[in-house]
Design a protein around this ligand. Structure first.
Ligand SMILES: [Zn+2]
Length: 181
């Protein structure tokens, strides 16, 4: 482009210029993905946005172990819960080695796509499909004296699931875990 014949121009709004490409035949391509603007927008929102839970609209925040334990202890006495370590979330694979490693670590049960298995079972996972795998770290009933065991189990889940823990209320009606944090 030829440069305009002036010294300076002020007050112009920032502009985004988009290259026209016709390389992609993928029907899922959009102006956003072809130009890669989508990637930048995603990055922008990941940095400056405030994530909210898509199920209940609550703000998603980092919590300390004590905060997590306090929230769980606030549940009604007698509530049955499971502490899970979500080790695989929506990823394809067979995970035979992963499951046998967790068995060797001393864990007993695992939940694969919502279904509970013993780790010694012959678990067939379709490697071409996406899966959710959660190691069941502990099963507890809410009572005053479980705090230290609960803390330990939450710590274990966080350690194995890369700082994530899932608290499942056993018998809760929703298809999704009730207390996802
Ligand atoms: Zn929620």
């Amino acid at each position: 482009m030829e440069k305009p014949n002036v010294e300076s121009i002020t007050g112009l709004s920032p502009a985004i210029s988009i290259d026209q490409k016709s390389t992609s035949r993928n029907p899922r391509s959009t102006v956003g993905t072809v130009t890669e603007i989508y990637d930048y927008i995603r990055l922008l929102y990941a940095r400056i946005g405030t994530p909210h839970c898509p199920n209940c609209g609550k703000k998603i925040e980092k919590q300390s172990i004590d905060q997590i334990v306090d929230t769980v202890m606030d549940l009604e006495e007698g509530t049955k819960i499971q502490i899970l370590a979500p080790v695989i979330r929506g990823r394809k694979g067979e995970y035979t080695k992963l499951l046998s490693d967790f068995n060797k670590e001393g864990f007993v049960r695992v939940r694969v796509d919502g279904e509970v298995f013993e780790l010694t079972d012959d678990i067939n996972i379709d490697r071409k499909k996406k899966h959710n795998i959660e190691i069941i770290v502990d099963r507890l009933i809410i009572k005053e004296d479980i705090r230290s065991r609960l803390t330990e189990s939450v710590e274990t889940a966080l350690r194995f699931a890369n700082n994530l823990v899932l608290v499942d209320i056993v018998g809760a009606t929703s298809g999704r875990p009730q207390n996802e944090r």
